[in-house]
Design a protein around this ligand. Structure first.
Ligand code: Q9C
Ligand code: ZN
Length: 667
């Protein structure tokens, strides 16, 4: 049913998988408990899992290459490179001795070769993405890279694969701004040092820190290390001061720290230091986030930089959780909808404290954070707290197997008039000629404003039914009256939780039930209604839609966990096409990707761009965002503030009283 042209077009813009077995051919040759977890099997099991699940076959296989000296010298010193070059000829004793110069790393006669391939794999991936051969991709590599420094190996890393890739992209493709997201559970100090004074590379890292008690035990890893000179503000460190962090904690940091800043930064390329020692079961990280959180983290980054995303493997030492996490990452890169999020009870106190500290440390650099609260009283963050709220995580942890990967539901259905060409990537959903009687009596407050297209309505009913059964992934409809169409959809989805996102200056749905079966978020430029209950949230903003999408809409949506997302464009919308596409893209992370977009007849020109986003094309990049108005950010913060009691994922402060006083002081 999918348009074959679209299928071809999708294939061309596919996902690269860079892999070579050669990188399994080195290992630890002596006894060293600190290094024993870094094994060749890490790569073997990850690749085998991709093959077994059929994901590898859907990717564009991309060969590795050896990085050249010049590539390596983009980040490392000549002296260091020359030293590593000698390791293939060393005796076992020489290798052991050489290893002693560095921390938590081992050498092997074949590691130099593998390290060149690991860098080369990252560069091949950058080439494939930057030349448009693929849209995005993942490189499975060993040794990892993010700990290695200009003149030092560290933490199993020899050359800094991702840092070199960033410099290479800037040099070869004149990329202006690179975002590096390091979700490995260790601090990539090597990446930080490579770019600490460079405002063209935004480095974000979260890491197990425990108030500097955890490796690499650097003061430089704390939230108040934000970069130097011109690069001040372009290093973002989120220290985890407790183990056992969960999905909520990770998503809260994405929504309230990384994404708002990333959208303001407007990268032209996103590189991910994709370490999976931040997943549950990992002996190093001891965190509790489940593998499917990586499908969401990946998805949330996929609409930045026009979709240009390169993920490069770093750590990950529990072979089960590593291979599951790799699969879920690649699944998202391929465009499959992320699985329904699990366990989102809201961030823990320790995570909130970190979030509050980071936001406060960065508020002078990023206008999206200008109204962030002050950090909690100074003594709290710098020393070890008596553990209050302990979340345990031990080696015997079990977690549910990720749901078996299903082939994606049939693409995007379009309910559009016959005279309108079916947009690329969609199939025309038949208009029901035998329209049944439509009962809108329960929606008495809604009166048709013009002739109602009953056949469109019954077509919508049929479509929603097919979405519910997972037979169709998503759809769009051009309707003569969005309110009526919505009312109709509700009338026919009694069992579902529907997230309604309205964009535009026209009031709709005043007759909606407020029983929690729908959560409505309405973005408008002019003030519309007052909030009526926790399930109706009007948001009045002049601009700054992306900031609101990241830090308000996403947390609300994640916590609500809808069965269906209904996105409606009502008359009087101030949102431009690329922002609209961003919304369409981001919201597909919810409800297993089941989304129905309603567009008012007058806005025919949006059908194409909407269809394109629904069928998996990344939203076009917005570029760096202009500073949001102080008014907007203030409105947003106070709205979030009012809603936090009901919606825990909106929290960005450790405790109420501390923030209340800040709020009082700033407003
Ligand atoms: N238990 C990467 O994940 N050992 N490297 C720390 C503390 C060093 C990890 C020992 C871990 C290095 C790429
Ligand atoms: Zn790591």
């Amino acid at each position: 049913m999918e348009n074959p042209l679209a299928a071809r077009c999708r294939k061309k813009m596919g996902t690269a998988l860079v892999h070579d077995e050669e990188m399994t051919r080195y290992k630890l040759l002596w006894f060293d408990p600190a290094c024993a977890i870094e094994t060749p099997e890490r790569l073997t099991v990850s690749h085998e899992a991709l093959v077994r699940t059929g994901l590898a076959a859907r990717c564009v296989p991309t060969p590795v290459r050896e990085a050249s000296d010049d590539d390596i010298l983009l980040v490392h010193s000549k002296e260091y490179l020359d030293a590593v070059k000698k390791t293939p000829y060393m005796t076992l004793d020489d290798l052991k001795e050489f290893t002693l110069h560095y921390g938590d790393v081992y050498f092997h006669p074949n590691i130099y070769h593998c390290a060149k391939l690991a860098v080369g794999a990252a560069l091949q991936l950058v080439d494939a993405v930057m030349t448009g051969k693929v849209r995005n991709g993942m490189a499975l590599v060993r040794p990892p890279g993010h700990h290695s420094m200009r003149s030092a190996a560290s933490g199993f890393c020899v050359f800094n694969n991702v840092a070199i890739a960033a410099k290479y992209a800037q040099q070869k493709y004149a990329v202006q701004r690179v975002l590096i997201v390091d979700w490995d559970i260790h601090h990539g100090q090597g990446v930080q040092y490579a770019f600490e004074d460079d405002p063209s590379v935004l480095y974000f890292s979260w890491h197990r820190y425990e108030h500097q008690e955890f490796w690499p035990n650097l003061r430089d890893s704390d939230y108040d290390c934000v970069g130097k000179d011109n690069g001040a503000g372009f290093t973002i460190n989120v220290p985890w001061n407790k183990i056992g962090m969960q999905n909520s904690d990770y998503l809260a940091v994405f929504c309230h720290v990384l994404l708002p800043v990333a959208y303001e930064f407007g990268p032209e390329l996103v590189l991910v230091c994709a370490g999976f020692d931040s997943a549950i079961g990992d002996p190093e990280g001891e965190m509790c986030a489940t593998p499917d959180v990586f499908a969401h983290l990946t998805h949330l980054l996929m609409n930045l930089a026009g979709g240009k995303l390169c993920a490069v493997l770093e750590g990950g030492y529990n072979l089960t959780s590593l291979s599951q996490s790799v699969c879920l990452t690649v699944q998202s890169l391929l465009g499959d909808p992320p699985p329904r999020p699990t366990d989102l009870q809201g961030p823990c106190q320790s995570a909130l404290e970190s979030i509050q500290c980071v936001r406060s440390a960065h508020r002078k650099y990023w206008s999206c954070l200008q109204h962030a609260a002050e950090r909690p009283s100074s003594d709290v963050s710098t020393k070890l707290e008596a553990s209050g709220e302990a979340r345990v995580s031990k080696a015997d942890l079990v977690w549910p197997q990720p749901a078996r990967h299903l082939p994606p539901a049939l693409g995007t259905a379009a309910v559009i008039p016959e005279d309108l060409l079916c947009p690329l990537g969609c199939f025309r959903f038949p208009r029901d000629p035998h329209s049944q009687d439509v009962d809108v009596s329960t929606w008495s407050s809604l009166t048709p404003r013009r002739d109602v297209d009953v056949s469109t309505w019954s077509s919508l009913t049929a479509l929603v039914g097919r979405l519910e059964k997972n037979e169709i992934r998503n759809g769009l409809a051009l309707v003569s009256d969005v309110s009526m169409a919505m009312a109709h959809v509700f009338g026919h989805t009694p069992k579902q939780r529907v997230l309604v996102v309205c964009v535009g200056d026209t009031e709709v749905l005043s007759g909606l039930p407020e029983d929690g079966k729908t959560l409505t978020v309405h973005f408008s430029k002019e003030a519309l209604d007052k909030p009526r209950c926790k399930y109706y949230i009007p948001v009045c903003l002049k601009k700054s839609l992306m900031q609101a999408a990241c830090s308000l809409l996403l947390p609300l949506s994640y916590q609500y966990d809808p069965d269906l997302v209904l996105l409606a464009r009502v008359p009087g919308s101030h949102v431009d096409q690329s922002e609209w596409q961003q919304l369409v893209g981001l919201l597909q992370g919810l409800a297993g990707g089941h989304m129905l977009v309603l567009i008012q007849e007058g806005e025919k020109t949006l059908v194409g761009p909407t269809a394109s986003s629904l069928s998996g094309s990344p939203a076009s990049s917005l570029g760096p965002l202009p500073a949001p108005g102080a008014e907007d950010i203030e409105a947003l913060e106070s709205l979030k503030w009012r809603l936090t009691t009901d919606w825990k994922l909106l929290q960005t402060c450790k405790d109420f009283t501390a923030c209340c006083s800040t709020k009082a002081a700033t407003t």
